[in-house]
Design a protein around this ligand. Sequence first.
Ligand code: ADP
Ligand code: G6P
Length: 483
Amino acid sequence: MHKTIIVSNRLPVDLKYIDNKLHVKSSSGGLATGMKSVHSEGNGIWIGWSGLAEDTMNSEQKNEVDQAIAQEKCVQVPLTEYDIDNYYYGFSNKALWPLFHYFQAYTEFEREHWESYVAVNQKFSEVILQHANDGDTIWVHDYQLLLLPELLRKKNPTLTIGFFLHIPYPSYELFRTCPWRYELLQGMLGADLIGFHTYDYVRHFLSSTSRIKEVEVNFNQISYNNRIIKVDSFPMGIDYNRYHNAALEHDTNPEHTKSELMKNIDLHNQSNEESKLILCIDRMDYTKGIPNRIKSFEYFLNKYPEFKGKVRLVMLAVPSRENVEQYQLLKRETDELVGRINGDLSTVSWTPVWYFYRSLPFNELIDLYVSSDIAMVTPIRDGMNLVAKEYIATRTKDTGVLILSEMAGAAKEMHEALIVNPNNFDQTADNIKAALEMPKEEQKRRLDALQKRISRYDVERWATEFLKSLEAAKNNKPPQAAT
Ligand code: ADP
Ligand code: G6P
């Protein structure tokens, strides 16, 4: 019986030593939270990086880490400090991440980073090949591992290889600026099936491939090296029932599941029953549009001053990639903006922006989702955005409004949200007002449609459809080989 191996840079658990004690916490980010339920239902393993540097640990710690990871049905690819600096922070997060999100000015192309990216993709392939048997399926995820499909195919052509990109795929004009564009495409083309969140990303990929590699593209199939590679869109869903049921449980026992964070907000709010809460949850990343969101909230309060004292923005940001300068600058900018706006507008009984920079456990996240009247998900650019879907899943009382950026992949499926351009403050302010004043019947009508779609296309269905399509793609032969 063949097995399926999931491979991604980030494992579903993130390990850290604090005061010589091992801490294991759930990873944040859409890939890890989404694939986690697919992994726990299946019988395969997940291969990836633990979050620790191999060369900073003693042998006792290495054993402890191996055991903790094995308990999660995972296997680790040990990375050194050098790998982490150059492959992870370097090429993955200073070159590919900004490039693929259209932040060209942030993109750094360094040969040393690239060489490390090649070497670490090689490391991944070696670990995978130790665990894979002939005929197994390898499902590779995301931009940190673009070279892996080809490396695996070269060593073992019997493997069925799928690749899914969790971030946007940029237009050809942007992608062509990468000095290693040819090698990156060559790496991806080792897969039997290449998946993206939206049809636009598929189109951009096909256009880059045909212009850079001069392969033959036929509708959504690429003929290359006597193989046919299928390219398709698979919009990723969430574990709908997990979020929905947790919210139902919260409804039956709200005090028991209340987070410290919400208790504080509630206490502060007791003086004003009417006050509404707008929630934002993101990794602290420049693609998420955090400063724009704060500025558009300020713009809203100045455009519609009758709402001052009646609405608060609760922003939860999870620390991310803190070694990269652009992330440090973003943190500073956010701190300053929140400080300035609260300084300018707060009264004795009202603080407009509540900002928390931390990761939260699942039940506390649910508490925040459930307690909010509106969610504002306004990235500048986002492959999909699962927070938008999680918020909808936690609406159990037919109330709640989602304000969603048209730049998120999720906007392609969530038409009933209030869709905004995050750079248009007037439009965003008007939509905040519309959300605050939306009649209950309209909230319900929009939520019904969204919930129906998101519960049907959940993460399990997404994974099943990808794997089914991968199985079919594996048996594809180019026309000339078939005759
Ligand atoms: P990305 O993958 O770019 O981080 P997504 O919105 O697709 O963006 O996924 C983010 C995931 O991380 C969601 O599942 C969300 O619940 C989780 N998350 C975001 N912020 C926090 C936080 N502060 N604490 C815990 N989990 C978080
Ligand atoms: C996004 C990426 C993932 C990544 C996650 C968290 O969701 O698509 O590949 O794991 O962000 O980022 P990190 O760098 O902490 O893994």
